[in-house]
Design a protein around this ligand. Structure first.
Ligand SMILES: *Cc1c(COP(=O)(O)O)cnc(C)c1O
Length: 409
């Protein structure tokens, strides 16, 4: 008789975005005239850069001619894109990578979720809290999270990030095997300095742990003391995998492309005590289960590294970061302590007078018709916080802030 992966039954229903949609829907029905401003969802709104559109057109034309048509491509991506990544994202930071250490994918969500395929079921997990939910849920599916009790998984170590520790998580006081770090952070918009990140690399090297480093927002970093890649830290190539995405960087949320770095130096001992390269296993996994990212999409990603592409990407990021600045300054003006928004497109703020996240979410919706995200939806340490995104239009952002000012002043 067939059976199912019982771990899927353990998954907690993620109420967050469906709950938000439900509450917004109810509010709309009751107040059809209200003009809602959506600063909740983490999706971009600016169109793709012109250089990317031109590359898509060119590549599409190639697909229409027998001489330049492309069928199945290499599962790990075309050499032209891997080369562009090595030369543009890493070499200028003094990080030397071989092109076969880069795996092109259809986005960071896929690989952060799938990477557990090549890791043993007995590994323990460590996450910062609040957190992007994919890391924990994919480990629940893989049977590594244990049981859910009292709002947490019993085989997952949660490292709280709150205003009290300035959003710098403390190292676990015991060994953990797989550590998920996301910097710049979604949802808090905060970062780690090189010195802070080095503590995690040293911990991982000392304990034989693997760090799964999500750098999806790396392009938003403005301060020089903030590392763009974990490989800026010596020794990280022996303990870390890094995930990148063109989604938030270049507007690829609908086009789909990203990449994962798996250095050859990263080895784990097999049960027989033999060192095994994760690069080899990941390549095997991808060749079996993934057939590569579309050729035209990889050409589009390549175009973000041309001089025009870089300039256009920078302009879009500046547009969002100007929204972030406007939001941060308005929140400060009305007496709400805001975090993030300097090296990331997210603003994270504490609700006034200890109001819980969902209550303040409701007040923002009913009083000023702004849709936000309740912080507690990203984990227990997010209680009492709200996330706003800078991904909206300038007009929406300014109107939303005028409403906040009028309401809270
Ligand atoms: C948006 C986001 C990603 C990117 O996902 P894609 O699948 O590349 O669109 C990855 N990690 C975090 C934390 C994100 O917020």
């Amino acid at each position: 008789m067939a059976s199912i992966n019982e771990n899927f039954l353990k998954l907690q229903r993620n109420y967050l975005f469906s709950d938000i949609a439900q509450r917004v829907d109810d509010f709309r029905k009751a107040h059809p005239q209200a003009s809602l401003i959506r600063l909740g969802i983490g999706d971009v709104t600016r169109p793709l850069p012109a250089a990317v559109i031109e590359a898509l057109h060119r590549a599409t034309d190639e697909m229409g001619r027998a001489e330049t048509f492309k069928g199945y491509g290499p599962e790990h991506g075309y050499e032209f894109l891997r080369q562009a990544i090595v030369e543009n994202d890493f070499a200028p930071r003094g990080i030397h990578l071989e092109t076969d250490e880069i795996f092109i994918n259809d986005g960071a969500k896929s690989d952060t979720g799938n990477f557990g395929d090549i890791l043993g079921p007995d590994n323990t997990i460590c996450v910062t809290d609040p957190i992007y939910p994919v890391y924990v849920d994919s480990n629940v599916m893989g049977g590594r999270a244990g049981n859910f009790a009292g709002g947490a998984w019993d085989r997952v170590t949660y490292c709280p990030c709150t205003a009290e520790n300035n959003f710098v998580p403390a190292l676990p006081d015991h060994k953990t095997d797989l550590i998920y770090l996301c910097y710049p952070n979604n949802p808090t918009g905060t970062t780690l300095t090189r010195a802070e990140l080095k503590k995690w690399v040293d911990y991982a090297l000392a304990n034989g742990s693997i760090i799964l480093y999500d750098a999806a927002y790396e392009a938003y970093i403005t301060r020089p003391e903030i590392p763009h890649s974990i490989y800026e830290i010596p020794g990280a190539e022996r303990c870390a995998v890094e995930f990148h995405s063109y989604s938030k960087t270049a507007g690829f949320t609908g086009l789909r492309c990203g990449f994962t770095v798996v250095p050859h130096a990263l080895t784990v001992l097999s049960a027989q005590g033999e060192p095994v390269e994760l690069n080899t296993l990941w390549n095997r996994r991808q060749c079996t289960k993934f057939n590569g990212t579309a050729y035209i999409v990889q050409r589009a990603a390549e175009a973000t590294y041309t001089p025009e592409g870089k300039e256009q990407v920078r302009a879009t990021i500046q547009y969002y970061m100007e929204n972030a600045r406007i939001m941060r300054e308005t929140l400060a003006e009305v007496g709400l302590q805001a975090y993030g928004g300097v090296d990331a497109p997210y603003i994270w703020f504490r609700t006034p007078e200890g109001t819980d996240s969902w209550t303040f979410f409701g007040q923002l919706l009913s009083q000023v018709n702004i849709v936000s995200t309740p912080g507690v939806g990203f984990g227990p340490a997010g209680e009492g916080y709200i996330r706003l995104t800078a991904f909206g239009s300038r007009g929406d952002c300014e109107t939303a802030m005028e409403r906040l000012r009028a309401w809270l002043k």
